[in-house]
Design a protein around this ligand. Structure first.
Ligand SMILES: Cc1cc2nc3c(=O)[nH]c(=O)nc-3n(C[C@H](O)[C@H](O)[C@H](O)COP(=O)(O)O)c2cc1C
Length: 356
């Protein structure tokens, strides 16, 4: 099977969730024997349709523009059996690059007017390829894809060409929750295999791809801290990621949500580990973390027999976790104290930032 995968995200590498999902879908498709070509629309020159109808009149089937769409993409699109349209969700629909691509497919239609399924339509000059739509969104609700879904169902549904719609909400939050991310990406590979083998994605696989990964209060709290840190530090999300920065907690509640995401939980092994914080300074308060079976539970107050107790001014510890102060140097200068298993403490805080 010859597949053309169009990616309209302006981003690439670790920053693009469209690319992340598409790469895994394509991996599954290739694994099932398909020949897949991926085209990044951001690297192509595709002009806007100017509505001249030259493609319907003077040069039927051929656009007036001489650009990558006319010379390369449109012919490829016509020859492909299946086209994957991968777009980030912008303003609750496909982004502009993908919309321009769709508009530039006008030469595939003839100008004549007919009634199809009780609706006005133009006949196809050549039957369109089968379609899969893949999209990722920042917000966590599945309902954010409703507009896009209605639109693509309208476009492709009439010719029964739409094999699958694959939508991943809260895509930017995926990299915060490593095991969920892995599960979603594995399911996306599986979706690629299923599409090639059976022209559809099973309900079970779609459910795994779309599974909720974060509750709204946590999503909003982390998101707001992230944006506030970007504003305070004067960096874009890309720069934030490249510099491996972490959002700065402003309160003990923020700290209790954020710390578990940065801990190297595996260091605890099969043991239950209690990590206690006693804060001094302006923010005198305590909280502790119970690390058990690969999970971290954050609790307010103190626990009787913690494995590790860190006594520190709140702002100093926030400086350390955001890289503004050197943890080892501050320890040597006795700016904070650690009681208990110091080796384990060092291991717990040794987590490589994930670029994806
Ligand atoms: C201009 C713009 C509009 C966006 N609109 C929406 C939106 O309507 N709903 C949403 O949930 N996310 C929206 N987002 C967030 C993106 O869908 C989300 O960050 C996605 O992961 C981006 O894909 P990428 O990582 O491939 O760039 C928008 C982002 C931008 C830049």
């Amino acid at each position: 099977m010859k597949i053309l995968a169009l990616n309209s995200s302006p981003h690439s590498g670790g920053q693009s969730k469209t690319e992340l999902m598409l790469n895994h879908l394509v991996e599954g498709m290739r694994d099932a024997g398909a020949e897949v070509e991926v085209v990044n629309l951001r690297q192509k020159a595709v002009k806007n349709c100017i509505g001249c109808y030259t493609c319907w009149t003077k040069t039927p089937g051929r656009c007036i523009h001489k650009d990558d769409m006319t010379n390369e993409l449109f012919p490829k699109w016509l020859k492909s059996e299946l086209v994957v349209y991968a777009t980030p969700l912008y303003n609750f629909t496909m982004n502009a690059e993908m919309k321009v691509f769709f508009e530039r497919c006008l030469p595939a239609l003839e100008p004549f007017i007919e009634l199809r399924d009780n609706r006005t339509a133009h006949p196809w000059r050549q039957a369109p390829s089968q379609a899969v739509v893949l999209s990722v969104a920042g917000f966590p609700e599945m309902s954010v894809f409703e507009q896009l879904s209605n639109y693509v169902k309208f476009l492709f549904g009439r010719s029964d060409a739409l094999w699958a719609e694959i939508y991943r909400p809260a895509a930017e939050s995926l990299s915060m929750i490593e095991d969920k991310k892995e599960e979603v990406l594995k399911a996306t590979v599986q979706a690629g295999r299923e599409l090639v083998k059976s022209r559809r994605v099973s309900v079970e696989t779609l459910a795994r791809i779309q599974q909720p990964i974060i509750d709204f209060p946590t999503f909003a709290q982390i998101g707001n801290l992230f944006w506030k840190s970007c504003i305070d530090e004067g960096v874009t999300p890309k720069e934030f990621q490249e510099k491996k920065m972490v959002p700065r907690p402003n309160s003990i509640k923020d700290f209790m949500i954020l710390l578990p995401l940065g801990l190297n939980i595996e260091a605890a092994g099969k043991k239950t580990v209690i990590l206690q914080f006693k804060f001094s300074g302006d923010l005198k308060d305590s909280c502790y973390f119970v690390i058990e079976n690969g999970n971290v539970d954050a609790k307010e107050g103190t626990q009787e027999n913690p494995d590790i107790t860190i006594e520190t001014p709140f702002e100093l510890w926030m400086d350390i976790i955001t890289g503004k102060a050197d943890g080892q140097q501050m320890f040597r200068e006795q700016k904070y104290k650690v009681n208990g298993n110091l080796v384990l403490m060092i291991q717990l805080f040794q987590k490589e930032s994930d670029p994806g």
